[in-house]
Ligand binder design. Structure first.
Ligand code: ADP
Ligand code: MG
Length: 279
């Protein structure tokens, strides 16, 4: 098994009606087991990128290898879609059944999984997103965060190797956002490769790698520390640093002795405690 589970080589894609490339000469790799964030303002090409990764659309030029399979190979189409599952922004559009358990079963029914194996897969998927107690509930009565977790379970039941999230927390309240992000973070710790498109810098700060897209191009890749080190550069792409990084910067400017590299509440807490200990 190759360590590089997603490989894009000089990929271009243009929508038929459009005059410019939505994805423009993008090369990138995602390592197996990695949680990688994709940032970029609206229209920068993020959604197009993940659709290329799971073979929903095919590149005009360049190559996309997903789990070692070329997405241009007709014979791999279904395999790729199953191995690289997608979760979208609006949970309501992804739930189809009247009972949670049936919703999770829905995707499986078209994949040729024997019906005797299905209950076990559904139970495991619901457990992984901490929704076991809701198996017999009506999806429309759930909170946004719970609905997204059911949508995630529906993908998980198909046992993918990769999960692609296209702004999966954008429509949720802060609590739902946290609950979904933590669920995905946990799946990643257990081995899932995750591509996480987001507008929330604090989420990106908790990923291992961050990619920034701008006008279809991949303009910067690195660790959160690398990517968020230069606030002015980020502003070129209409992006900001995570809230705690901005706060740290303000405090430093005001003479508070905080180090570089603070990205999260945990980082800030640790550093402020360290400062307080020396008072
Ligand atoms: P993002 O997800 O970062 O907002 P998209 O991948 O949706 O960006 O869009 C990238 C570019 O492709 C934009 O210029 C957008 O207008 C264009 N685009 C997206 N979807 C379509 C479509 N179905 N038809 C034509 N152009 C599209
Ligand atoms: Mg999008």
């Amino acid at each position: 098994m190759s360590d590089e589970i997603i490989v894009l080589k000089d990929v271009c894609y243009k929508y038929e009606e459009s005059s410019h490339n939505a994805v423009d000469h993008v090369s990138m790799t995602v390592r197996r087991g990695e949680m990688t964030a994709v940032l970029g303002r609206n229209g920068s090409g993020k959604s197009t990128l993940v659709k290329l990764i799971n073979g929903l659309i095919l590149p005009d030029s360049g190559t996309v290898l997903t789990d070692g399979m070329d997405t241009q190979d007709d014979e791999h189409v279904w395999d790729i879609r199953q191995r690289a599952g997608m979760v979208f922004q609006n949970p309501d559009n992804q739930l189809v059944a009247t009972v949670v358990r049936e919703d999770v079963a829905f995707g499986l029914e078209n994949t040729g999984v024997p019906s005797t194996d299905m209950p076990e897969r559904i139970d495991a998927a619901l457990k992984a997103v901490n929704m076991t107690d809701f198996a017999e509930r009506a999806p429309h009565l759930l909170s946004g965060g719970q609905k997204q977790r059911v949508a995630i379970a529906g993908i998980l039941a198909m046992r993918p190797d990769i999960m692609l999230f296209d702004e999966a927390t954008a429509m949720l309240d802060p609590r739902g956002r946290k609950e979904v992000f933590e669920t995905v973070r946990q799946l990643n710790r257990e081995g899932m490769t995750v591509v996480w498109i987001t507008h929330f810098m604090e989420e990106a700060a908790q990923c291992e790698t961050v990619h920034i897209m701008h006008d279809g191009g991949l303009v910067l890749s690195g660790t959160p520390q690398e990517v968020f080190s230069d606030r002015e550069r980020l502003q070129n792409w209409r992006l900001d640093v995570p809230p705690m990084a901005a706060l740290a910067q303000h405090l430093r400017a005001a003479g508070v002795g905080l180090p570089e590299g603070i990205l999260s509440i945990d980082d800030m807490t640790r550093e402020v405690e360290a400062l307080a200990a020396h008072l």
